[in-house]
Design a protein around this ligand. Structure first.
Ligand SMILES: NC(=O)c1ccc[n+]([C@@H]2O[C@H](COP(=O)([O-])OP(=O)(O)OC[C@H]3O[C@@H](n4cnc5c(N)ncnc54)[C@H](OP(=O)(O)O)[C@@H]3O)[C@@H](O)[C@H]2O)c1
Length: 244
C-alpha cells in the first residue's frame, strides 16, 4: 500500500508512534521517525525493523525547537529522500485539575501539541509543495471533541489540531497535498497510562465495543489516510474510539 513512499513520524518512541512506524514500514514505506527523551527505545525500534528487512531511521528531535526541526527536515531529505507522508504524532499531557494549572504547564502542553505540529509541518511541507504531492496525518484526541474529564490544557491543544487540519487541508489542496486527522478515544497505553481506573471503567462502560483501543488500531487508519487508498478523503477528523 505504501511501497517506495517516504514517511516522517514524530514521537516514534511512544505507544502510538511506535505502532505507526511499524505499520507504515509493514506496508512498505521507508520510515524516518523522531524521538525526544528515549534514544534507547528509538534504537531498539530501528534495530527491530531493520532486522525485519525494513528501511527505518531514528532522529533526535525536540518538536518545539524550530532550529532543530529545520535541521532534521533537511537531514531526512538529504539522507533518506523527499518525504511524501508526514505524521504529526508527538504529544504530551499532564493530569492536573484546571485550578492547579500553572502558566508553564499550559505553555508546555500547548507547545508540544500545537506549536510542534506547526513547526514540523512548516519544515516538511515545502518539498511537498515543490513536488506537488503529499499526505499529512495529524493526531487529535477525543479529549478535544467530547465532554470528558480530561486535562483542560490537553483538550484545548487537541481540539486545535482539528482546526489546524481543516484550514491546512483547504490551503494545501491546490498543491495536491491532503491533510487529515485521526481522533482516538481512550487507548490501552501511552498518554492515557495515567488515566484513573474509575475513568477507564466509565469509558469502557459507555463505549459500544466495551474496551479501550490499541495503538495498532490507530496506526492502521493512519496508514490508510497516508496512502492513495484514501485519495478522496481530505480535511477529515476520523474518530477511532470504539463508538462512544
Ligand atoms: N494514548 C491515548 O490514549 C491517546 C488517545 C488520543 C490521542 N492520543 C495522541 O496520540 C499521540 C501519541 O501519544 P501516545 O499515547 O503514544 O503518547 P506517549 O506514549 O507518551 O508518546 C509521546 C511521544 O511524543 C514524544 N514527545 C514528547 N514530547 C516531545 C517533544 N517536546 N519533542 C518531540 N517529541 C516529543 C515522545 O518522545 P520520547 O518518548 O522519546 O520522549 C513520545 O515518542 C499524541 O498526539 C496523543 O495526544 C493518544
Amino acid at each position: 500500500m505504501l511501497k517506495d513512499r517516504i514517511a516522517f513520524v514524530t514521537g516514534g518512541t511512544g505507544a502510538v508512534g511506535a505502532a505507526i512506524v511499524r505499520c507504515l514500514a509493514g506496508h512498505g514505506a521507508r520510515v524516518a521517525f523522531s524521538y525526544h527523551s528515549q534514544p534507547e527505545k528509538a534504537q531498539e525500534l530501528e534495530r527491530e525493523l531493520t532486522a525485519a528487512g525494513r528501511s527505518v531511521r531514528a532522529f533526535s528531535l525536540n518538536v518545539v525547537d524550530a532550529a532543530q526541526v529545520a535541521l532534521v527536515a533537511a537531514t531526512v531529505e538529504r539522507e533518506f529522500g523527499a518525504v511524501d507522508i508526514l505524521v504529526n504524532n508527538a504529544g504530551a499531557t499532564q493530569v492536573m485539575p484546571f485550578a492547579l494549572l500553572e502558566e508553564e504547564d499550559w505553555d508546555r502542553v500547548m507547545a508540544v501539541n500545537v506549536k510542534g505540529p506547526f513547526l514540523v509541518t512548516k519544515a516538511f511541507v515545502r518539498p511537498m509543495i515543490r513536488r506537488q504531492r503529499g499526505a499529512i496525518v495529524n493526531l487529535g484526541s477525543l479529549a478535544g471533541m467530547r465532554v470528558l474529564e480530561v486535562p483542560v490544557h490537553y483538550a484545548t491543544a487537541k481540539s486545535a489540531m482539528v482546526g489546524f487540519t481543516l484550514s491546512l487541508a483547504r490551503e494545501l489542496a491546490r498543491y495536491r497535498i491532503r491533510v487529515n486527522a485521526v481522533v482516538p478515544g481512550l487507548l490501552t497505553d501511552g498518554v492515557s497510562a495515567h488515566v484513573p481506573e474509575k475513568q477507564r471503567l466509565d469509558y469502557e462502560g459507555h463505549c459500544t465495543l466495551g474496551r479501550a483501543g490499541r495503538p495498532e488500531e490507530v496506526a492502521e487508519v493512519v496508514a490508510f489516510l497516508a496512502s492513495e487508498r484514501s485519495s478522496y478523503m481530505n480535511a477529515q477528523a476520523v474518530h477511532i474510539d470504539g463508538g462512544i
